[in-house]
Design a protein around this ligand. Structure first.
Ligand code: FAD
Ligand code: DHB
Length: 389
């Protein structure tokens, strides 16, 4: 078959891009290795920036998000005892939307067939060919038969482990990486959240995050050593740890309940350059990873997709190649700022094994400074709601 664009990966980046291109009348197909239900079973992001919400609005796919999502005016940092509220609405005029990645992906997935967005699930052995030139093609296996799609562009939306990034020759590529010595153990439970806004806590015993999916569903995280195993963490042990790390005020309002999902995610900062090579554009986790502190991963995927959709629309509708040519530079400028913010919030809120009492006092001094300085709070708020496109 032949399409204008082949998108690899039907996570949020791939599905969002396919809808945006389809809305412009650009012919595309999405190839996904997994089944739809498997993609939806991965519990991940929970906080959407205005940029991400805006893309769903533009597509007219925001009805359920508007009805069920929770707009938040602020969030909290905790230093063991007190809550330091960052009033993002007052400081930036903007809000964030608490709406799970699962729900956003479901909205995109369910609207695909009615809108003629073609997604091929269970596409095995996806391989990219000839991406250096202007006649790339992708091969895959479906139901045991070898298939081939020719296209003008291939867009890698296949996450950190997908094949797209590897199609860029090592001679032109550079990557930048920081691996952290801990992971986040997440628990999802059908209990009311302990606080109406999120709390990121830095306690002597380690990091904790109180988040939510709705007024009856909570999402919590604690940091654990990279070597930790989920089996070693009973629900009770996690609730006990959260009750200490989140501080007395939040602990008093924690409702315990059985976990409906429990998993450990490693923390990593990673940037791959360039984000375009010939006819291949990379979007989202295929090109970069941020540690989850700061809630930037999905939102960066959405801003990449915005730039890619603009570039491809200019190419196909106006015969203008400039935006495609500038895609990597444009996207990376925003990516690096989000990398910086996620890294700095991770450094501020976690205890690193190599750190001693000096670094601990520096963290406490920084949190105390943030508590007393509107300028410091504004800087955090501006980054948390998302920098402009
Ligand atoms: P993915 O979601 O990884 O999707 C890639 C898709 O490509 C997958 O469906 C995969 O199956 C498919 N694929 C892979 N290989 C192949 C192949 N060979 N062939 C075909 N298809 C393939 N971000 C935020 O913005 N806010 C948050 O609050 C937040 N919290 C997080 C919490 C956790 C615990 C984790 C793990 C992540 C969090 N993130 C958060 C990050 C966010 O989930 C990711 O950045 C986001 O999923 C990136 O989307 P993507 O579409 O680029 O990649
Ligand atoms: C969630 C995840 C994050 O990484 C974050 O910073 C905030 C919330 C969540 O899953 O709810």
């Amino acid at each position: 078959m032949r399409r204008d664009v082949v998108i690899i990966g039907a996570g949020p980046a791939g599905l969002l891009l396919a809808h945006l291109l389809k809305a412009e009348g650009i012919d595309c197909v999405v190839l996904e290795r997994q089944t739809g239900p498997y993609v939806l079973s991965r519990i991940r992001a929970g906080v959407l920036e205005q940029v991400t919400v805006g893309l769903m609005e533009r597509l007219g796919l925001d009805a359920r998000m508007k009805a069920e999502g929770l707009p938040h005016d602020g969030f909290n940092l905790a230093d063991g005892e007190r809550l330091i509220r960052i009033d993002i609405k007052a400081l930036t005029g903007k809000q964030v939307m608490v709406y799970g990645q699962t729900e956003l992906t479901r909205d995109l997935m369910e609207a695909a067939a009615p809108r003629g967005v073609e997604v091929i699930y269970e596409a095995a052995n996806v391989a990219l060919h000839e991406v250096a030139g202007d006649a790339p093609y992708v091969t895959y296996t479906k139901d045991g038969a070898e298939q081939r799609v020719e296209a003008r562009f291939v867009i890698g939306c296949d996450g950190f482990h997908g094949p797209s990034r590897k199609a860029v020759p090592a001679s032109v590529a550079r990557s930048f990486e920081r691996v952290y010595p801990f992971g986040w153990l997440g628990i999802l439970a059908d209990v009311p959240p302990c606080n109406h806004e999120l709390i990121y806590a830095n306690h002597d015993r380690g990091f904790a995050l109180a988040s939510q999916r709705s007024n009856t569903r909570s999402r919590y995280y604690i940091d654990v050593p990279v070597t930790a195993k989920v089996e070693d963490w009973s629900d009770e042990r996690i609730w006990d740890e959260l009750s200490v790390r989140l501080g007395p005020e939040a602990a008093a309002h924690i409702t315990r309940g059985p976990s409906i999902e429990k998993s450990i995610a490693p923390l990593r900062s990673f940037v791959f350059e360039p984000m375009r090579y010939g006819s291949l554009l990379l979007c989202g986790d295929s090109a970069h990873i941020v540690p989850p502190t700061g809630a930037k991963g999905l939102n960066l995927a959405a801003s990449d997709v915005h730039y890619a959709a603009e570039a491809l629309t200019a190419f196909f509708k106006k015969n203008d190649n400039d935006r495609v040519a500038a895609y990597s530079e444009t996207a990376l400028a925003r990516v690096w700022k989000a990398e910086r913010f996620s890294w700095s919030l991770t450094k501020l809120m976690h205890r690193f094994p190599e750190d001693g009492e000096f670094e601990r006092r520096i963290q406490m001094a920084e949190l105390d400074y943030i508590a007393s300085s509107e300028a410091a709070q504004r800087s955090i708020a501006e980054n948390y709601v998302g920098l402009p496109l």
